[in-house]
Design a protein around this ligand. Structure first.
Ligand code: CP
Length: 300
């Protein structure tokens, strides 16, 4: 890292900064924000498709009064004209850009960008590694519901192995004292994930009545070659369908980072369940990202 703070994963944040981000998120949601990023240029570089993260970073930057530029791989000379990525980042630094928001299929790509950049880098998802702002918005959504996550049971269901969202979220839940249960077949939830505050359950049915939060994951098919179990078996064991939903307690909330695949990890009936919090997650995504940008630029 050269000169300034970046957010590459949740361990870049101290516990007080977690609290600060959640407090600022709440403040931004109760009162329209000031132009706290006026004069700051934010460049969003997404090498992978994104609807939620890309749009919410754009809105967060605009609502804070930043100057916003979006780059896609086709705009990047280094991919077409022989320049190196390091020289591209030096070029963006020379323009005085304050923040780079980077999504990339390779683990560690945002970190390598941060090594060559004078401003702040925010990881918007790197391979299967980390997605810190998604974890923050998921934690904020849970905290809004329960006040504290200490001893709350959070079941994360599905393809944990390939999920950068799950990897960041597990670390955040451990930090906030939750009891995390990872649910899925061995190929998606290897035994090595068990540890302090984290246990593994192969049967989804076994956690339905005890979970305070059920967070469903998409199967990240773009990150592996062949499905380790058949689609039919996966749905039979892990789809939150009508029968399983009937066994979920009324106070349980159901979440999904998106994009969700109807008929695979969830049935249509979940979208009508009173505890379905997807829309809240998406909405909080804007204000959480405003809070992160504000903390990096303006400090505590
Ligand atoms: N949750 C998430 O990262 O969604 P997008 O891929 O649409 O940004």
């Amino acid at each position: 890292m050269r000169t300034r703070r970046s957010l590459l994963d949740l361990d870049d944040l101290g516990t007080e900064e977690f609290e600060e981000i959640f407090a600022r998120t709440a403040a931004f949601e109760s009162k329209p924000p000031e132009r706290r990023l006026a004069g700051i240029a934010c460049v969003n570089i997404f090498f992978e498709p994104s609807t939620r993260t890309f749009t919410s970073f754009n809105l967060a930057e605009l609502r804070l009064g930043a100057d916003v530029v979006n780059l896609t791989p086709t705009d990047l000379s280094y991919l077409h004209k022989g320049e190196t990525i390091e020289d591209t980042i030096v070029t963006l630094s020379a323009m005085g850009i304050g923040v780079l928001v980077v999504r990339h299929p390779e683990e560690g790509f945002p970190k390598s960008v941060a090594m060559n950049f004078d401003g702040h880098v925010i990881n918007a998802g790197d391979g299967t590694h980390a997605h810190p702002t998604q974890a923050l918005l998921d934690l904020y959504t849970m905290l809004e519901e329960f006040g504290s996550l200490r001893e709350r049971v959070v079941a994360i269901v599905g393809d944990v192995l390939h999920s950068r969202v799950a990897h960041s979220l597990i670390a955040g839940l451990r930090r906030l004292g939750a009891q995390t249960v990872l649910v899925g077949p061995e190929a998606f939830v290897p035994e090595e994930y068990a540890g302090e505050g984290v246990r593994i359950e192969r049967s989804f049915d076994a956690v339905l009545g005890s979970a305070d939060v059920i967070l469903l994951l998409r199967i990240q098919r773009e990150r592996f070659v062949s499905m380790p179990i058949s689609d039919e078996e996966y749905k039979r064991r892990y789809c939150l369908d009508e029968k399983r939903l009937a066994r979920v307690r009324d106070a349980t909330i159901v979440m999904h980072p998106g994009p969700y695949n109807r008929g695979t990890e969830l049935a249509d009936c979940v979208l009508a369940f009173a505890g379905w919090r997807y829309a809240k997650q998406v909405l909080h995504g804007i204000s959480v990202r405003m809070a992160v940008l504000d903390l990096l630029i303006n400090g505590s």
